[in-house]
Design a protein around this ligand. Sequence first.
Ligand SMILES: Cc1ncc(COP(=O)(O)O)c(C=O)c1O
Length: 379
Amino acid sequence: MSTKERIRMVAVGPDDESEKAAWIDALGAAIDSSSFCLGSAVEKFEAACRERLGVAHAIGVSSGTDALKLALAAVGVGAGDEVVVPAFSFFSTASVIVQLGATPVFCDLDTSTLCIDPDAAATVISSKTRAILPVHLYGQTADMDPLMKLSQQHQIPIVEDAAQCFGVFHGGLPAGAIGDAGAFSFYPTKNLAAAGDAGMVVCQDDELADRIRRLRVHGDSGGYDHQLLGWNARMDGFQGAILSLQLNKLDQRQAIRRRNVEEYRQALGEYDLLDQLIPLGRTQGSDHCWHQFIVMVEERDRIRNELSNRGIDSGVYYPGTLPEQPCFTSDPSNAHRYPVAESAAMKVLALPVHHRLQEGDPTRVVATLAEIILEMIGK
Ligand SMILES: Cc1ncc(COP(=O)(O)O)c(C=O)c1O
């Protein structure tokens, strides 16, 4: 076990005492203005997001999961519908579809980016398809141009799962508002992090935004008039207050993530490991916020254990595919039709990339990986 300080996988909460004091001041101001459920602290954050992303509507909600559910419901997904979705993502990408009474129709991934494969999506569109739900996995967008063509050709809306992709642009358009609507998560490990659960829906269309705002408060149009059946999905004022502070730090933190990735790439080259630890490819036209830095590696779990023994944390997002989750599949054979997703679930390894890493940390991670791989080859 190394005597050096452990390298952690995530950095949550304030960075230091002075940032903690700023958070407490912001919470005090939210209390003074009675910004508890929505309120001025949330409105201020929504306005800052509209400006930053260049979107007409930014609607603060209680989580990324609720953001997805509201966006899907607002474009009309309901009982009996199908939604096309990648076979590899966080659980709630698919669970919200089922909770709306619809069926997730899974499809396989692009081998290089592990985002949805647009050609595979095209093959599963049916007369029941009510939405396409691409996931912008790990911090870059899915290949949106062919997906947009598919959407236009079949007149099917696109709802983007941009939970991991706040502030990323694809061909000049903001992730989340390339299709009809998009969902962000501000879970504390995300690049834009709340101090608890929070999320957001963005869109450009006024009517759609009006429906989403109503769905956020039980479907109420005002004055207890419920034309729609909605949920309680409001963003807390406290989260809005913290998120406004976090947004001011986003550029600085993104620069550190980019620096870390650059250092990883150099170190992987220098240690001649690019054949064993294969970084994912890039989506053409998309920036990257490096929510995760992923390499594909054989014997992932063994390597990860050793890394942990030597003082370095890592992550696996995700250890299985969505179709193999028993709650989605009554037909067990359904779980074996997604070779790219299944291989990803065995091989993806997320290395620490957050903004609290020091220069030299990514090189230490790669040097340790080189040591482990050499030992494994020797055995
Ligand atoms: C791809 C993806 N979709 C949806 C979510 C759900 O967001 P939340 O945890 O804020 O509900 C997450 C968060 O982990 C995610 O990574």
